[in-house]
Design a binder for this molecule. Structure first.
Ligand SMILES: Nc1ncnc2c1ncn2[C@@H]1O[C@H](COP(=O)(O)OP(=O)(O)OP(=O)(O)O)[C@@H](O)[C@H]1O
Length: 250
């Protein structure tokens, strides 16, 4: 088993993670032995060509999908060995999610959406954190509105407040700016960036956009289900160049 290069104190880590979809002639090896750690209080972007395994890696690390072999570590917990019941609890209490399609409940107000995961796990929302998040996200005036009455950018900011309210060990963001115009996207990314600095939040984001990845501290590159490289302190040019080299190497 590959254990080198994995920070065992990382917030999240994959160790020799393999995911095979299907079987026999139609089997697809979506992850082919991925070993990578995601440090606490860091913002990491996962990038790579279409089909390289980005979503599969995120889903296995978030307990949304089961790996075929290897370990998916959240803190000290190997998610590959947990029952569905435990995984549901882990997702609700220890992980925050931000999705491209926002995934807010349409019949609830913004305020109710933000505190829902905490209420489901029987915890009281911290009023100071609630005020801090809703103020810094600029949604105080929209809290009584339902998602259908909010713009895409406002819905995503509500979704971010919901993800951060439980002080999760990690926030997984899947193309969080994919449905937003560039200005709303930049606001969302800046807020995610600031939550790392101000709240010590750990963020792992899948994106196709080099501009979005440039907000991260680090980029992990995947190709064909394997780690193909990484960049520290990325900027748009270094990310675009790295993606270009991966495309040429294929
Ligand atoms: N449920 C599934 N059943 C079979 N194959 C799958 C399934 N999900 C993903 N795959 C395959 O696994 C590989 C990795 O897919 P994955 O969605 O993780 O890639 P990705 O890098 O996120 O792609 P994209 O950038 O296009 O979203 C691809 O070849 C894909 O077709």
């Amino acid at each position: 088993m590959q254990t080198q290069n994995v920070d065992t104190l990382a917030a999240v880590a994959a160790v020799d993670l393999v995911k095979v979809y299907g079987s026999g002639d139609t089997a697809v090896r979506a992850l082919d032995g991925v070993t990578v750690g995601f440090a606490r209080a860091q913002f990491t972007a996962i990038m790579g060509p279409s089909g390289s395994g980005k979503s599969t890696l995120m889903h296995c690390l978030a307990g949304l999908d089961t790996a075929t072999s290897g370990q998916a570590l959240l803190g000290g917990t190997d998610l590959t060995r947990q029952s569905d019941k435990v995984l549901t609890k882990v997702r609700r209490e220890r992980i925050g999610f931000v999705f491209q399609a926002f995934n807010l409940l349409p019949q609830l107000t913004a305020a109710q959406n933000i505190v829902l995961p905490l209420e489901l796990s029987g915890r009281r929302p911290d009023p100071h954190l609630y005020s801090h998040l809703t103020e810094s996200l600029g949604i105080v005036g929209r809290l009584d509105h339902r998602p259908g009455e909010l713009s895409g950018g406002q819905q995503q900011r509500v979704a971010i407040a919901r993800a951060l309210m439980s002080r999760p060990e990690v926030v997984f963001a899947d193309e969080p700016t994919g449905n937003l115009d560039s200005r709303s996207g930049a606001e969302v990314l800046l807020f995610l960036r600031n939550s790392v600095r101000e709240l010590g939040q750990t963020i792992v984001m899948v994106t196709h956009d080099p501009g979005a990845a440039a907000y991260a501290d680090r980029v992990v590159l995947l190709a064909d289900g394997r780690v193909a490289g990484e960049l520290d302190r990325p900027d748009i040019t270094s990310v675009s160049d790295a993606l270009q080299s991966l495309a040429v190497a294929r």
